[in-house]
Design a protein around this ligand. Structure first.
Ligand code: C5P
Length: 233
């Protein structure tokens, strides 16, 4: 089977409110090593020669987007997101250029993950094309506890075969749109693209990636991301 990853676009959902972070400025625009966090994320994606262009999905009332039209010579489009992450990703997929037909692969990557490694992105692209759909992830290494409503540990869950899902995730445009639309029609809120794909019967390939591909969620993560940005490529 021909692996068509010649025109590989990446949808970058950035329409979240970052409620867990707090503060007025959404976390994706906070300064990281002197520049808005999201620019680091976009640069890491655009640095890969297989990535052709980017669609950044913004909140309707976004006032902070730095209005970049291209990065590393690659076009940057924008779309307006929705109330859930899945709605935002769907909006981004609809905003892809017409020449990206439904059989072509697309990447989806959180704006809030600026420390993506070049090598992991390359492996995801290769393995995603080979397997028909894949995501970066890491096997769970800690013991997993179930808490009651008072933070008392009431049960220990098996950690075998449990993985933490990261982004980027890579799927065919048409299959991913159909899966996200199906989840939305069923009223299921999906927390990543792979979840939508699983719900309609796909089995995305888990590609082990570096655990320092963190999602900046709290103020402490910003400091860590700054450190990691300097140490990784
Ligand atoms: O909220 P969480 O950290 O899981 O969000 C992951 C990514 O999805 C972030 O980059 C966030 O901006 C984006 N998002 C979105 N639209 C939403 C919710 C989250 O684009 N409605």
């Amino acid at each position: 089977m021909a692996i068509d990853v010649n025109a590989l676009w990446c949808v970058v959902p950035a329409a979240g409110r970052g409620a867990r972070f707090g503060g007025e400025i959404p976390k994706q625009y906070l300064p990281l090593a002197g520049r808005p966090l999201i620019l680091h994320t976009l640069e890491r994606l655009a640095a890969h020669p297989r990535v052709t262009g980017l669609v950044v999905v913004l909140a309707a009332q976004d006032r902070w987007w730095p209005q970049v039209g291209e990065i590393n010579g690659k076009p940057v489009r924008t779309a307006v997101g929705g109330s859930e992450r899945g709605d935002s990703v769907l909006a981004g997929l609809r905003a892809l250029p017409d020449e990206i037909d439904e059989t072509q692969f697309v990447l989806v990557h959180d704006a809030a993950r600026p420390c993506l490694r070049y090598e992991d992105l390359g492996r995801l692209i290769a393995e995603g094309a080979r397997s028909g759909g894949a995501l970066l992830a890491a096997p769970l290494r800690d013991t997993l506890k179930r808490a009651n409503g008072f933070n008392r540990s009431i049960e220990t869950e098996a950690r075998e075969a449990r993985w933490r899902a990261f982004t980027p995730q890579m799927f065919r445009r048409g299959e991913l749109m159909a899966a996200l639309e199906a989840a939305s029609a069923r009223g299921v809120i999906v927390t990543d693209e792979a979840m939508a794909m699983e719900l309609v019967g796909h089995k995305p390939m888990l590609i082990e990636g570096a655990e320092d591909n963190i999602k900046v969620t709290t103020p402490a993560d910003l400091k860590l991301a700054e450190f990691l940005l300097e140490k990784t490529t």
